[in-house]
Design a protein around this ligand. Structure first.
Ligand SMILES: *Cc1c(COP(=O)(O)O)cnc(C)c1O
Length: 497
């Protein structure tokens, strides 16, 4: 026996034959390159056969199975039945397309198996470097802090926790909201994402303590109503502490009046948070960045690298202006996480001091690679390009008598519907209901055709087909496909309605 052989215990999960694993691994990598190279030839999404679902009902195997067989199951039964958000025809919800460089980086991160919760390691320096890049994007000071998280839902929650601790004092961590801060109230607009209300719930403040301010005709938070709500709450003896503006609303892509909200928040001593889940990274597109003016004054910004940033899922980010306040919210001395000046326990503060997670994957690496390899200018061009495509889609809708826009096209989201002239639109409630049903059916038919994948939403009580163009692979061809499919399914569904 050589020493090398005896060094690997029989219980190890490493292979007996690395050559064989290497060859298998190369086949897996090649399959993913093939998938990405030939995405356009596949349907965006396809209905899932019951037999495929049944494959995943089997109990956990006790005995080993062949890796090549598991890979085959992946190719046959998993890969074809994903949501399809990497596909250029995907326009549903707001989802990013990922990128091949980020994919490779994720493989490297998994190979390294880095736990980026803390300790003295360069993977944390990579995360801090991306944090400093983000700080620079938004003109934040050196005292700012930031962290990778799952997504903007978590980033918004972290912002709310930090704001709560800043408003109520650190005692709130001991006494809870009921003991230390029973009167805190927060504000957001009716166009805000549902995770803001959920954050109020999870932070123990309660959804009732969130004032939902109506929107203007442009789908932006109505500033005078915000002001009035704050005044009413103060008069009632409550403590306004937090306002969440949105840069790029999920329904229509509207941008709240950030600079005016920043002014008001300063005057009223509120924490000014921006949910910029997809919109914030428009700061990288010189054509759009001026419309985000005011974001540089935020106390915190939540956004996703996995949406407009095209980094593979998941890669959310929270940026906090006052890094000390951020640290005060989460840092907790426990003996097994003791820090040292040198050695592995050096390098304090650690990422786990800035959020609720202790063990954390190396999300930063795929964002670092994406920015390092493509550069911020290219990423900005991708973002601007999707907005230009949205304008192209808007023009095509305006040129089609059978289609109508349901909301202004502010960024990359287009909400429209099929008009179905056989039915008088919007004349009566029952007409609206019928038109809503028809458009919901059109959206499903387009999805099931595999040609494009829009989603739907409600705009001013009417069902809209919603195209959120986020993916760097989308071109005018996919926009044309969406229009053609909507018109042909619309005509067919309308006829039988
Ligand atoms: C997508 C989105 C969210 C939620 O972000 P996740 O990354 O899915 O958690 C929040 N706000 C807005 C405006 C969004 O578009």
């Amino acid at each position: 026996m050589t020493t090398e052989q005896s060094a690997t215990p029989p219980s190890s999960l490493d292979p007996a034959d690395w050559q064989e694993l290497r060859a298998q691994g190369h086949r897996m990598l090649d399959d993913m390159f093939d998938y990405l190279e030939h995405l356009r030839e596949r349907p965006v999404w396809q209905p899932i056969p019951q037999s495929v679902r049944a494959t995943f009902q089997a109990p956990a195997p006790g005995k080993p199975n062949d890796l090549a067989a598991a890979h085959q199951t992946f190719m046959q039964d998993i890969l074809p039945y994903a949501v399809g958000n990497s596909h250029p025809g995907f326009m549903g919800w707001v989802q990013g397309g990922g990128n091949p460089v980020g994919m490779l980086a994720d493989m490297l991160a998994a190979g390294l198996n880095a736990n980026v919760g803390g300790r003295n390691q360069i993977p944390i320096e990579v995360e801090w470097q991306v944090m400093r890049w983000v700080r620079d994007f938004f003109g934040f000071p050196e005292a700012a802090s930031g962290l990778f998280v799952t997504g903007t839902s978590m980033a918004n929650l972290i912002a709310l926790w930090v704001a709560r601790t800043a408003a109520a004092g650190v005692e709130v961590r001991q006494q809870g909201v009921a003991g230390a801060a029973p009167h805190l109230v927060a504000y957001t607009s009716a166009g805000a994402h549902g995770c803001i209300a959920q954050a109020m719930d999870l932070a123990g403040l309660g959804r009732n303590a969130l004032r939902v301010i109506p929107m203007t005709a442009d789908f932006e938070m109505d500033l005078s109503l915000l002001q009035a709500a704050i005044a009413a709450d103060r008069a009632a003896g409550l403590q306004p502490f937090f306002v969440a503006a949105t840069a790029g609303t999920v329904d229509v892509g509207a941008i709240d009046p950030l600079a005016a909200i920043a002014d008001l928040a300063a005057k009223e001593n509120l924490w000014f948070h921006v949910d910029g889940a997809f919109g914030a990274l428009a700061i990288l597109a010189p054509q759009i960045a001026p419309r985000l003016a005011g974001i540089e004054r935020a106390d915190s910004i939540a956004f996703d690298f996995h949406k407009w940033g095209q980094v593979p899922y998941d890669a959310g980010f929270i940026l906090v202006r006052d890094g000390a306040a951020h640290l005060r919210t989460f840092a907790a001395p426990v003996s097994y996480l003791r820090r040292e000046e040198r050695g592995l326990a050096g390098g304090s503060p650690w990422p786990c001091d800035f959020g609720p997670d202790l063990s954390r994957g190396f999300r930063a690496l795929k964002a670092w690679f994406t920015i390092q390899v493509y550069g911020t200018e290219k990423l900005g061009e991708v973002i601007a390009g999707t907005c230009e495509l949205a304008q192209y889609l808007k023009r095509r809708i305006e040129a089609s008598p059978m289609l109508e826009l349901l909301a202004p096209v502010s960024l990359n989201i287009v909400c429209f519907r099929y008009r179905c002239l056989e039915i008088l639109t919007g004349e009566t409630e029952s007409d609206t209901k019928k038109i809503d049903r028809i458009n919901a059916d059109i959206a499903v038919a387009v999805q099931e055709s595999g040609v494009a994948a829009p989603s739907t939403t409600l705009i001013a009580g009417r069902l809209a087909i919603r195209a959120a163009i986020v993916n760097h692979r989308t071109s005018e061809r996919e926009i044309d496909d969406l229009i053609d499919a909507t018109l042909s399914f619309g005509a067919a569904i309308c006829k039988i309605a």
